[in-house]
Design a protein around this ligand. Structure first.
Ligand code: GRF
Length: 223
């Protein structure tokens, strides 16, 4: 009997291109997981339509129907747990999560953020990189903790900022790298090469002292 595939839930607020990338890589047979649920705080999110088309159960919860953030988050996480998901990916989920509600998921939840963390937590990362005169920009995937965009960084993709780049161009050039980075990290997580140990990331049994780079063989190989 073959072992059941790891079950993954994805949360997204927007168009869902990172979700689409996960679905594509899975369809190619390079991400052996089952998507148990795609959830959103926006009923109109493109990500929900993508999930429906792929036959994945969806969930849209409206934060305005809850008394406060914690109540929303507790209900959201309860439903994710009920879906059978063991792992959780934030793929453009544009909400700050309550620390108590997310606590049971620490070590099993990753987020993709469009900056080279610890630079530029929060919003408008491309603009801020340009305004700072940075020569380099990128995206990070990190473990989610109660600190916004502050959990241990697992892996990064880097790109050079070119003269004349604007915010939009930079975002456009970064996106395809995000689409490689997120599935690669999810594969490491669900295969348990990547683990959460004593509040830190561990890779192949060793503490992860610096983020992996998208160019690393170990990150992109399917093994
Ligand atoms: C991505 O840029 C991601 O890094 C950020 O939100 C955006 C989501 O885009 N967290 P999409 O909905 O996956 O297309």
């Amino acid at each position: 009997m073959t072992a059941p595939l790891p079950r993954v839930a994805v949360l997204a607020s927007g168009r869902g291109s990172n979700l689409a990338a996960l679905l594509d890589v899975r369809a190619r047979g390079e991400l052996p997981v089952d998507f148990a649920l795609v959830g959103s705080d926006k009923a109109t999110a493109g990500a929900l339509r993508l999930a429906e088309a792929a036959g994945i159960p969806t969930l849209a919860l409206d934060p305005r129907s809850y008394p406060d953030r914690r109540a929303f988050d507790l209900d959201l996480f309860a439903r994710i747990t009920a879906s059978g998901a063991e792992w959780l990916v934030l793929a453009g989920f544009m909400r700050i999560l309550d620390g108590e509600a997310l606590a049971p998921w620490v070590g099993r939840m990753i987020n993709i953020h469009p900056s080279l963390l610890p630079k530029y937590r929060g919003l408008h990362t491309h603009r801020r990189a340009l305004e700072a005169g940075d020569r380099e920009h990128g995206a990070s995937v990190h473990f989610v903790t109660a600190e916004l965009d502050g959990g241990p960084v697992i892996a990064q993709a880097r790109l050079a900022i070119e003269a004349g780049d604007d915010e939009h161009q930079l975002a456009q050039r970064l996106l395809p790298l995000e689409h490689q980075l997120l599935p690669a990290v999810l594969r490491l997580l669900t295969s348990q090469r990547l683990q959460w140990n004593d509040h830190a990331a561990q890779f192949d049994g060793q503490p992860l002292l610096a983020p992996l780079d998208l160019g690393d063989h170990s990150l992109l190989s399917a093994e």
